[in-house]
Structure formats: C-alpha cells, structure tokens
Design a protein around this ligand. Structure first.
Ligand code: SAM
Length: 212
C-alpha cells in the first residue's frame, strides 16, 4: 500500500486559514490522519478535504478542525467535551492540546473505530462514549471547553449548563450545509455569543436538542 506523505500539507492548510498556535501546528504535524480514515481513503488523508465515513457522515476538513480548536485557546490542562467523534482525528488533535478529552458519538461503530484508532496512535487521555451528545456527558461535567462538530441553529442547553463559568464553546450555527462557526463563552449571565469566525458546511447535529 502507498504510504501517505508527511502532514506538512495539512500544516500549510491550517496556516492558510489563519492558525498560528505552535502547539496546534505541531499536533497537526504529528497526528497521522491516515490512521483516522477508512482504509480505502488512506491515500487521500494528507489532502485538506473531508473524507467520507459510514452512515453518510464525513470527517471535518483538517484546516477547519484546527481553526475551531484554536478558537478554544487551550493551554494543556483543560477537560474538553467533543460532540461528534467520527473516526477520532479531531479528538486526537484535541488530546495533544488539552489535559483530557471526553468525546461523544451517536453511532456505536464509529465510536468503536475511533477508540481503536486513538489507542493504536498511543493517545490515552481520551474517553469515547456512545450517545446523544446534545445532552452532553453529565458525568464528566463541568468542562473547560466544548467543541461541537455538527450544525444546529442553537446551542443545546445541556452543553451550556455543563460548561464551567468562563469556559468556551465552539459550534457551527446553522441548518447544516451553510453554517457560521461561532465562539460562545459561559458567563455569570449564561452563555454569551462572542463571535462567528468562519463560514463552513457541516453535517447536521441530531438528537433530543438537535434535529429529530
Ligand atoms: C462532521 S462529523 C465530524 C467527525 C469528527 N469530529 C472529525 O473531525 O472528523 C460529525 C459527527 O457528529 C456525529 N453526530 C451528529 N449528531 C450527534 C449527536 N447528537 N451526538 C453525538 N454525535 C453526533 C456524527 O455521527 C458525525 O460522526
């Protein structure tokens, strides 16, 4: 099988969308995306584009993942909640940047593959759970940061409640397919919209507080 090239192309793509955080660029450099995609798409893994997953899902484009992670301004100690694990590539990047990552995926086979991929990559500061991520993962709360990888017009209330005071949340806000990736912060008054910082096309967020 042809071995994919080193991830320098993905590092350049991340820089191209404005990512400057050196730890994040290093994470993009060292995490082998080819180990987080279905085998038939391995040869495309170092191209900055989405890759199909089972159940009509797609991976997030790596530069977009990097830009969303940068918006969380992680320092290395945080507990992060990720909603929508997929095959675990973005989870792996988060695990390099934070203290611990709890990630929730609604499809059990995707979660199982993500667990396998993360363990094979030697990443052990993560927990992948199966379920409806619009309800968050209460037993790990409160979180310092939340990253939602699917789109809905509003933030599911449980995610805001499970965020620590001062904590940040990034979610694509929109119907899915034409969305504004938006940064929020939990304050004493509740969840405050800080700014939309990127337009992108995401798959839909399904669940009790998402699409039915
Ligand atoms: C665009 S993919 C992103 C996957 C991964 N984060 C990546 O970077 O490749 C969105 C993922 O969110 C999952 N998803 C959608 N709604 C969900 C929900 N309510 N709870 C958990 N996962 C959900 C989908 O099954 C899919 O795997």
């Amino acid at each position: 099988m042809m071995e994919p090239r080193p991830a320098e192309e993905l590092v350049e793509a991340a820089r191209g969308v404005g990512v400057t955080e050196p730890r994040l660029l290093d994470a993009v450099r060292v995490v082998r995306r080819c180990d987080f995609v279905p085998p038939e798409f391995r040869v495309f893994a170092d191209e900055d584009r989405p890759i199909p997953l089972p159940h009509h899902q797609v991976t997030t484009q790596p530069s977009l993942s990097a830009r969303m992670i940068e918006a969380l301004t992680l320092t290395g100690t945080e507990h992060v909640l990720e909603v929508g694990t997929g095959y675990g590539y973005q989870t792996a990047l988060l695990a390099k940047l934070a203290g611990f990552v709890t990630s929730i995926e609604r499809w059990p086979d995707l979660a199982a593959q993500a667990r396998h991929n993360l363990a094979a990559a030697g990443i052990d500061n993560v927990r992948v759970v199966v379920g409806d991520g619009t309800g968050g993962v209460p037993d790990g709360a409160p979180y310092d940061a939340v990253l939602v990888s699917a789109a809905f017009p509003t933030v599911p209330p449980p995610l805001a409640h499970q965020l620590m005071s001062g904590g940040v949340l990034v979610q694509p806000i929109g119907p899915g397919g034409a969305d504004e990736v938006t940064l929020f912060q939990r304050t004493a008054e509740g969840l405050v919209r800080v700014e939309p910082f990127l337009r992108a096309r995401f798959v839909r967020l399904y669940g009790r507080y998402g699409y039915p």
